[in-house]
Write a protein that binds this ligand. Structure first.
Ligand SMILES: *Cc1c(COP(=O)(O)O)cnc(C)c1O
Length: 366
């Protein structure tokens, strides 16, 4: 049996008529950049996320960078980020001439709030918690610390569309939130795109201006900005897909419950741990396992695609080698990187496929 890691083809098949129609409309209207489709998507996503302001942009990395800039982060500033995340989180900080300061993770793979205060200096300006794999970070403790030290909080929501903590949607805790609509994300376009969300009208106005050449109206450049706009076609596709996101999230969650039930008794692996009062949206289903590389090879050999998110903590990367940081500085992140394996997870995944994955995992350890 061949099980892909994600199955964007079968998702497209299930909504092909609507998607094709939406794309044809954009072309007929020649509304290629920003324009009315982007505006409609911004309104749609605002109701979905529960935030007043949504600014569509070119991708989730730009979104992080523009929001940091909109909050006044720049050269000399320090921003706290988890040691285990996708590079965009720290890259956005560095792009502004600020410095990403890494913090180790907890057992849920999110930034360890108990280690944040020790990393705060008089240059620290912000924290970027990442709701990694679809599970909210420890926002209550993070917001307490941020308030106490007057730090800004930008939530990196790229992997967690619709995730909740205590019944509150992510991105409603910090000053603002950043989404990616990269095709493989829970809400994915058919190309690059991203979205900035906030309840803060000043951050929203600045972010919108930065993303569109520093202008609020055409040919009135208040500052030097950049070009980071959403394509009309991507916006139109996202508005169609947004109608299905709740259903797809329910399916991801049901699949996770099923995986939990069939994997729970395999001694050599550990199923994902869930925080209390959290609504995990399972962008990824990440197990911890003994002899990870051997298991991965065994699964691949049996047609099961897997991934490692991520093979190395960010401080271990060449681009941060001048920091001289290592395993002793981030023991939990390093340990996770040795053990984690992302197994197939998407709404269209079927029980028979999950049974097959479990069988092959069992087979490996016997
Ligand atoms: C995907 C991702 C991003 C960046 O998104 P792009 O749209 O690919 O630029 C940022 N942060 C995290 C945690 C991500 O997973």
């Amino acid at each position: 049996m061949n099980i892909p890691f994600v199955d964007l083809k079968s998702q497209y098949q299930s909504i092909k008529g609507e998607i094709d129609g939406a794309i044809a409309n954009v072309i007929a209207d020649t509304a290629f950049i920003s324009g009315k489709c982007a505006k409609t998507f911004e309104e749609d996503y605002s109701s979905y996320s529960g935030l007043d302001h949504v600014i569509a942009c070119a991708n989730g990395t730009d979104s992080l960078e523009i929001l940091l800039q909109a909050m006044g982060i720049g050269p000399g500033d320090e921003v706290l980020v988890p040691a285990l995340t996708w590079i965009s989180t720290s890259e956005a900080v560095g792009s502004l001439g600020a410095k990403a300061i890494f913090v180790d993770i907890n057992e849920y793979f999110t930034i360890d709030a108990s280690q944040i205060e020790a990393k705060i200096t008089d240059r620290t300006k912000a924290i970027i918690p990442v709701h990694i794999y679809g599970q909210p970070a420890d926002m209550k403790r993070i917001m307490d610390i941020a308030k106490k030290h007057k730090l800004k909080v930008l939530e990196d929501c790229a992997q967690a569309h619709g995730a909740e903590l205590d019944g509150i949607r992510i991105a409603n805790f910090g000053d603002c939130g950043s989404f990616s609509f990269y095709p493989g994300k829970n809400l994915g376009a058919y190309g690059d795109s991203g979205g900035m969300v906030t309840n803060d009208a000043d951050i929203a106005a600045r972010a919108r201006m930065i993303a569109n050449h520093g202008q609020l109206e055409k040919h009135n450049h208040i500052m030097e900005g950049r070009n980071s706009r959403m394509d009309g076609i991507q916006a139109a596709i996202l508005s169609v897909k947004l109608k299905y996101i709740e259903l797809w999230t329910e399916r991801r969650r049901a699949n996770a419950r099923y995986y939990d039930s069939i994997l729970n008794n395999i001694e050599s692996i550990e199923i994902p741990k869930c925080i209390e009062d959290g609504w995990h949206v399972y962008h990824l289903y990440v197990i911890r396992c003994k002899d990870r590389d051997g298991l991965k090879e065994h699964l691949e050999g049996n047609g099961i695609s897997t991934g490692i998110h991520y093979p190395h903590p960010l401080p271990a990367m060449k681009c941060y080698e001048d920091r001289n940081l290592g395993r002793n500085d981030f023991p939990k992140s390093y340990a996770a990187c040795d053990e984690i394996l992302s197994i197939p997870m998407y709404p269209e995944l079927e029980k028979g496929q999950m049974d097959y994955v479990a069988d092959k995992i069992n087979e490996y350890y016997q």
